[in-house]
Design a protein around this ligand. Structure first.
Ligand code: CAA
Length: 712
């Protein structure tokens, strides 16, 4: 193992630089390197003070997550590195640039002084990985910043700016020049001053006098989110409590270590760490042929863009592009709709200013980057056009014909569609290689997921460009194949179908939703349906011929069908937009769902009409029936190579549909929490119960893998 830190000297100052690209994660080699360099600096009589910094883009961004869960190397663990630094007989200055996160911040807290570049950020993101800052972070942090700040930051995982870090007492000084030179200048200044009183471990907890009240309030806040949620936030709080309640710093550290062990062995931490890497793995895309992939395909430059359609999706997409500095033309056919779209973008910009996320000057810049237009001819020079017109194939084809005729030959033509066939759109163009789907999720300027759909003829270059653009505009781009509903909505249809059957058979909407929330989704199926608008699915089903005169009410296209959602729409219950759907919202656009006796009567009348004997359905059945067909569909998607790996499906569900990260997404959950043999057996059980629903037929890939797992 090579040593991943080096010691150099500038005059009387030793510089210990961590060298482990890309983020200087605190792997074994780094821990060993820092320890050795510190010891050398200590024994070098020419060195009077030490600057600790990171090479390249950042100060250490945390522990090496890939070392968790097994291959913990021998040699110095992070805690002993911190002891070496803190006990050094010479002052150590942390010179922070980039992102000092988790273990990186813990390293900085073991130094005697902390300098931070004004552009740097810091925080304890461990909670998002299902763990706690276990290299003394929960014990040291409330000794440099107020207990209430420490609790808020550690339990939320929030990253903060240098300015906030300074105001909270986490760093001593902000600097804006070259970070190493600034560190050396500072170190020269303090080289001869006494520093041992600056050892954080010897300081009292700040705010300890009000600890009881602070902990009570924090516990209450966390408990309100605890049902179905991850356990890490509460464990972080318990560990911080140790800083106040344990008689010594060392006892506090032991308490922290015990809680960390509990988290590490809970299963949730593994799932959350998997989620971290899954989100990064999806950017390494590969076509099913294996020959075309992100490693061998270069993206084209995207300097300008256009969005066609100034509705909710179009304006959200335009806002996303503008926010990343991409000049964007917004096209509408009608002045009234264009004005409405521009006003909507104006509101989104003003919201950012009000929230202090951008300055007035930045807001002004966004306005100047936006070019509203009524003329398709203005598309002639843009590098990419994303159409976001009404979800109807004939309309989409008309728009694609125009885009193809007017855009320069190298331009990419993209469709923001949630279900429709990309290949069919490509047929009306002379450049099928440049046609691709970009399925944004509403609200498009907020949601991180972007499902990019490759058509049969989409070129590698088009895919590389759109995947690269996804990252640039702050999205998690996931490449998927072309089929009805793609990955996310295709799986959602299975879940939706079963949720609807459950309310026909005996559940009420809030009962199904409660089970889903206990599992960890932020909202239940029916709440989400009301939020999205029930009319959207209604129109899509009509387009597919699933709604129309003469169809049997409960059986369509050869299988069981639930018309409850259609009945809702036909009774004017469209969801939040009409003030009532499965729930009552009190007013049009209301957001707080209340149980609605009218909905419940509607369901009961439906059951009476069809002689359905309602029954009490156990939560376990609700969960299995909502989740297992969705998982089965995920395996079919893999089998058909619509997705090429589990990570793509899991990332889509965690970033776009609220699947709880502490269970790692549907595929990870199926494999690691439930086990494929159990899923397979339950699919067969429900298939026998409901032979008229095809989605209970286990997929061949799932069957095979279940058999293999059962043999292990
Ligand atoms: N360990 C291992 N690998 C890491 C890593 C880490 N802590 N942080 C980033 N990486 C890897 C990524 O997987 C990625 O690898 P590939 O290129 O092979 O995909 C590469 O470094 C670059 O990362 P990003 O693509 O995420 O780069 P970015 O510039 O978009 O973001 C970042 C940089 C903000 C540092 C981001 O990577 C990040 O948030 N990293 C995790 C930070 C973290 O959670 N730290 C706490 C770790 S736990 C801990 O420290 C516990 C403790 O108390 C000891």
């Amino acid at each position: 193992m090579t040593t991943m830190a080096e010691l150099t000297r500038r005059g009387i100052i030793g510089i210990v630089k961590v060298k482990h690209p890309p983020v200087n994660a605190l792997s074994y080699g780094v821990r060993k390197g820092i320890t050795e360099c510190m010891k050398k600096a200590e024994s070098d009589p020419a060195i009077q003070a030490v600057v600790l910094c990171g090479d390249g883009r950042t100060f250490p961004a945390g522990a090496d997550i890939s070392e968790f869960g097994g291959k913990f190397a021998e040699g110095p663990d992070l805690r002993s590195v911190l002891v070496t630094i803190e006990n050094l007989r010479k002052p150590v200055v942390a010179a922070i640039h980039g992102t000092a996160l988790g273990g990186g911040l813990e390293v900085a807290l073991s130094c005697h002084y902390r300098l931070m570049h004004t552009t740097a950020r810091t925080g304890f993101p461990e909670v998002a990985l299902g763990i706690l800052p276990a290299a003394t972070g929960t014990q040291r942090f409330p000794r440099v910043t107020h207990l209430a700040n420490a609790i808020e930051m550690i339990t939320s995982g929030r990253h903060i700016t240098a300015k906030e870090a300074h105001s909270k007492g986490i760093v001593d000084k902000l600097v804006s020049g070259d970070i190493i030179q600034e560190g050396v200048t500072f170190a020269n200044d303090i080289a001869s001053k006494p520093y041992r009183h600056l050892m954080v471990s010897t300081k009292p907890v700040i705010g300890a006098e009000n600890a009881q009240q602070i902990f009570d309030e924090a516990r209450k806040r966390l408990a309100s989110r605890a049902v179905g949620g991850p356990i890490a936030p509460m464990m972080c709080l318990k560990a911080i409590e140790g800083a106040v309640k344990m008689p010594t710093f060392e006892k506090g550290i032991q308490h922290e270590a015990d809680l960390m062990y509990l988290l590490m062995t809970s299963g949730q931490a593994r799932a959350q760490q998997y989620a971290f890497f899954a989100e990064r793995a999806v950017s390494k895309w590969e076509l099913p042929d294996g020959a075309t992939n992100s490693r061998n395909t270069k993206p084209k430059a995207v300097k300008t863009a256009a969005v066609i359609g100034a509705g909710t999706m179009g304006t959200g997409i335009a806002m996303t592009l503008l926010s990343r500095g991409i000049p964007t033309i917004l096209i509408e056919q009608d002045q009234k709709f264009l004005d409405r779209g521009v006003a909507a973008i104006g509101k989104l910009i003003a919201y950012q200013v009000n929230k202090k996320r951008i300055s007035n000057e930045q807001a002004q810049k966004l306005h100047t980057l936006l070019k509203p237009s009524l003329h398709y001819a203005d598309l002639k020079d843009v590098d990419i056009v994303i159409e976001a017109v009404f979800e109807n194939m004939d309309i989409k084809k008309t728009v694609f014909r125009k885009m193809d005729a007017l855009c320069k030959p190298s331009a990419i033509l993209a469709s923001n569609t949630s279900n429709l066939n990309i290949d069919e759109m490509a047929t009306v163009t002379k450049r099928p290689g440049s046609v691709i789907g970009m399925h944004f999720f509403a609200p498009a300027n907020v949601m991180r997921l972007l499902e990019n759909i490759r058509g049969r003829q989409t070129s590698g270059e088009t895919i590389a460009t759109v995947m690269d653009l996804s990252k640039r505009i702050g999205k998690v781009g996931v490449l998927v194949g072309n089929c009805y509903g793609f990955v996310g909505n295709r799986m959602l249809h299975m879940y939706g179908a079963e949720a609807s059957f459950l309310i026909e058979e005996g559940c009420l909407p809030h009962e199904v939703d409660q089970c889903i929330k206990v599992f960890g989704f932020p909202m239940g199926f029916f709440q989400v349906a009301d939020l999205s608008g029930l009319d959207i699915g209604y129109k899509a089903r009509k387009g597919l011929g699933l709604i129309g005169k003469g169809l049997p009410e409960r059986f369509r296209f050869g299988q069981r069908y639930s018309p409850i959602s259609d009945i809702m729409v036909e009774n004017g219950r469209l969801g939040q937009k009409s003030g009532k759907g499965y729930y009552n919202y009190g007013k049009i656009g209301g957001r707080v769902p209340e149980r609605d006796p009218e909905t419940e009567e509607l369901i009961l009348n439906f059951c009476k009409k069809h002689n359905i004997q309602r029954r009490r359905i156990a939560p376990q059945e609700v969960m299995e029936r909502c989740l297992y067909p969705l998982i089965n569909e995920g395996f079919k998607i893999l089998q058909e190579k619509i997705a090429t790996k589990d990570e793509e499906i899991d990332t889509i569900w965690m970033t776009g549909y609220g699947w709880p990260r502490h269970t790692g997404g549907p595929m990870y959950y199926a494999r690691n929490f439930v086990g494929l043999p159990k899923i397979y057996e339950r699919l067969l059980y429900y298939k026998a119960q409901f032979p008229d629903s095809k989605h209970w037929e286990p997929c061949e890939l799932l069957r095979k893998e279940a058999m293999q797992q059962a043999k292990l």
